[in-house]
Design a protein around this ligand. Structure first.
Ligand code: GLN
Ligand code: ZN
Length: 750
């Protein structure tokens, strides 16, 4: 019996078409839903996903893509990587899982970090000398059986052993040293899957689309030779995605695995590399031609052509998504309000249809699906005149080097000294103040039309005035308006710029039960009218202290949106940059003397391969400089970067040429920031209040952090500020923390 894998998707959303899982899990946490209820909701979601994928006509349906919180966490539990502090709690399976994800009773959770260059976040497995790897949990087998009982034959999906180790954190051990033992655990799991009836298993090895050492590549070969040698096992599909496999492709081609999937959207170079690997003639290659990370309909003819070029290379070719569909919303049919843009979009359900169609075209011939191809082409070809804005393009053509350049640092320092009159170690915040239930209610009422513009405006103004008075009373030096009008730092700008569409139901899991609704950037970007100027200038009118205006930068806006695929990202960044430049100039003209452009995503969009990083950093830095390059020397430009892992980006941060850079630092040791102090030549505000914690830092603690920072940055360059916006914190704790911050800054001033 030769079972071919057939065309497939590498994974599917799991939060539920109406976020059923999010709601059920949150109710379970709140104690309003019992474990049985939660499990029933999860089972129903799994069942409807499997049967839906089968009925859509996929050749192979994935399973074990469901997760209560995170699939990397699930894999850690499956292989017994549960740190003692959680096992010792003696809780039920599901509560142990949630404790690992969220922490409990003074027990710190696993660290949460970004999943490669996506907006998904995973929990970092912890491996130590006491970690006893073993097949501790049988979720993949149980879910395979469950699907089978529901009448659906599936292909369990597992995070591969080598990526698992490369994504884990070793405490006193080098994770890769545990490979042999871990492979034994996987071998046992494969044996159980085969015994349960599984004919295929998918092992994901996304870590190999980043640069890897010879040792790491060798580990990949070792692992798959060993798994290939397991006597009774399902056939193995190795999936790597988010880029090209580079040298790992040859390692896999020469291993005994039966199938490899290639991300031909992000890693087109694998196509030519594959042609030079005779070993692939023995294997099935899945052509990942349907983009799993973006929301556009596929050009089916181009995709078919790409897949067809593999026909002479591989023993068999099947169609796949480039990666899991975890990163896209469920269904465009949930977006009736999107108008013409909707026709151009494909969410998960539509991408499944595309994979099925392409698979049929590949095996039965294009004629068999000619009418479906024609219909899809017609949708893609709908009038797209709205995508081009000739005025924007003409303006961009006129930009020269001057648009990206400000005066010398010395000239700016002098001009700002007299314009702002700030002493050493000035105090400020990052922009948002606690968002009360009332503020959220007012915003929602305004959106739904039950609160008219005038009433909304007066409520927001009242809030701004309250926040200004509070800051004055606390004694901060550079004030903010508090951002009460903003739902989200990207969506707010997307709603106010031309070129973006906002979905109603386009939710995507970010981590656990947290979902985001990325805007869709579909056309040339421009700014129809000033966005923040009214709020910021109102705030400035209330006080003689400088008020800092806040904008979200172009890289962050792109990173947290679905972006156009028809032009380079750098070109789109320039359009966003130009629109924000207009805003910055209007803010300056309205009397704002300090302007902050937030770029928390600068680091996270960094390409996975070193070779691609310089070009990225060049266009991203340019976009920032385009935003800020039009102001006078006397206007102080701030940027806020959120994270604290700089290594590779320090030169780029310096190249942003901001007058002041604020970063997250409260949770790292201040000493780690030394490289920032030497690499960035202007003002630096290492965050000294951890806004992710409800703790109020004492004056002594903040003083200690500021003094530690003082070893690598002089007082004339040092700022005192929290490490991020305050919007998720409570009013009382924020007020107390800021008072301590002001007192500490005063204490360290020379
Ligand atoms: N200005 C934003 C705020 O204060 C910055 C948020 C962020 O860096 N993530 O909320
Ligand atoms: Zn931040």
């Amino acid at each position: 019996m030769t079972q071919q894998i057939g065309s497939t998707v590498l994974g599917y959303p799991r939060i539920g078409p109406d976020r059923e899982l999010k709601r059920a899990v949150e109710r379970y946490w709140a104690g309003t839903l019992g474990e049985d209820g939660l499990r029933a909701a999860a089972a129903e979601l799994r069942r409807s996903t499997w049967t839906g994928l089968r009925d859509a006509g996929l050749g192979s349906v994935s399973s074990n893509t469901f997760s209560y919180y995170d699939h990397v966490l699930d894999m850690a539990r499956t292989v017994g990587a549960v740190p003692a502090r959680f096992a010792e709690l003696g809780r039920s399976d599901i509560d142990t899982l949630f404790a690992m994800a969220r922490g409990t009773d003074g027990v710190a959770p696993l660290e949460l970090t970004k999943f490669f260059d996506t907006n998904y976040h995973y929990l970092v497995p912890e491996l130590g000398p006491d970690t006893a790897l073993r097949l501790a949990d049988r979720k993949p087998v149980d879910e395979y059986r469950e699907a089978r009982a529901a009448g659906v034959e599936t292909r369990p999906v597992l995070l591969g052993p080598v990526s698992f180790l490369l994504m884990a954190k070793g405490h006193g051990v080098d994770p890769l040293d545990l490979l042999d033992r871990l492979v034994e655990v996987y071998a046992e799991l494969l044996g159980e899957l085969a015994a349960a009836g599984a004919s295929w298993v998918q092992l994901d090895e996304p870590a190999f689309v980043a640069d890897r050492s010879g040792r790491e590549l060798a580990a990949l070969g070792t692992a798959y030779r060993a798994l290939g040698a397991v006597a009774a096992r399902p056939k193995i599909l190795v999936a790597a995605y988010y880029g090209d496999l580079g040298p790992a492709l040859q390692v896999l081609a020469e291993s005994p695995v039966e199938a490899i999937s290639l991300d031909l959207v992000a890693g087109a170079s694998d196509l030519s590399a594959a042609a030079a690997l005779p070993a692939l003639r023995e294997k099935t290659v899945l052509a990942g031609v349907v983009d799993g990370r973006n929301v556009w309909r596929t050009d089916l003819d181009v995709a078919l052509g790409t897949a067809a070029t593999l026909l002479g290379t591989a023993g068999r070719v099947e169609i796949a998504t480039s990666c899991s569909l975890l990163h896209v919303p469920y269904d465009v049919e949930g977006e009736p309000a999107l108008g013409v843009v909707k026709d151009r979009l494909a969410f998960a359900a539509q991408k499944v249809e595309e994979v099925v169609l392409l698979g049929r075209a590949l095996h039965e011939g294009r004629d068999a699906v000619a009418s479906e191809f024609a219909a899809a082409k017609a949708l893609r070809a709908v009038d797209r005149a709205d995508e081009r804005d000739e005025h924007v393009r003409a303006r961009l053509d006129t930009l020269g080097a001057d648009h990206y350049r400000r005066g010398s640092a010395d000239a700016r320092t002098a001009a700002q000294r007299s314009h702002l009159a700030l002493g050493p170690v000035p105090t400020t915040t990052i922009g948002s103040f606690p968002q009360t239930a009332q503020i959220r209610k007012d915003r929602a009422a305004h959106r739904s039309g039950t609160l008219d513009d005038a009433a909304y405006e007066s409520r927001m103004r009242a809030e701004i005035e309250r926040v200004i008075r509070l800051q004055e009373e606390i004694g901060l030096d550079v004030l903010v308006h508090g951002e009460p009008e903003r739902n989200d730092m990207v969506q707010y700008f997307a709603e106010n710029l031309a070129g973006f569409a906002i979905t109603q139901n386009g939710w995507v899991q970010s981590y656990g039960t947290r979902c985001v609704r990325p805007p869709v950037l579909y056309a040339d970007v421009s700014r129809p009218a000033p966005i923040t100027v009214g709020w910021s200038s109102y705030a400035q009118s209330l006080t003689s202290k400088p008020v800092k205006a806040m904008l979200t930068g172009p890289v962050t806006i792109l990173a947290w949106s679905f972006v156009r695929a028809d032009q380079p990202l750098g070109e789109t960044a320039r359009q966003v940059g130009l629109a924000l430049r207009d805003e910055v100039r209007d803010l300056e003209a309205a009397g704002l003397r300090v302007i902050q452009v937030d770029e928390p995503a600068l680091r996270e969009l960094l390409p996975l391969r070193a070779a691609a990083q310089p070009a990225y950093l060049e266009w991203s830095v340019d976009a920032f400089r385009l935003v800020t390059g039009g102001v006078a020397d006397s206007t102080q430009v701030h940027t806020h970067l959120c994270y604290s892992e700089f290594e590779v980006v320090v030169p780029a941060i310096d190249a942003l040429d901001a007058d002041v850079t604020t970063v997250e630092a409260a949770r790292s040791s201040m000493a780690e920031l030394e490289q920032l102090g030497t690499g960035v030549t202007r003002g630096i505000g290492p965050g000294v209040y951890d806004v992710h914690s409800p703790q109020v830092p004492s004056t002594a603690e903040i003083e200690r952090l500021l003094s530690a920072a003082g070893t690598w940055v002089t007082p004339d360059r040092l700022w005192a500020n929290p490490d991020c916006g305050l919007k998720t914190r409570g009013e009382r704790e924020v007020t107390a923390a800021l008072r301590n911050l002001v007192a500490a800054a005063r204490a360290v001033r020379p």
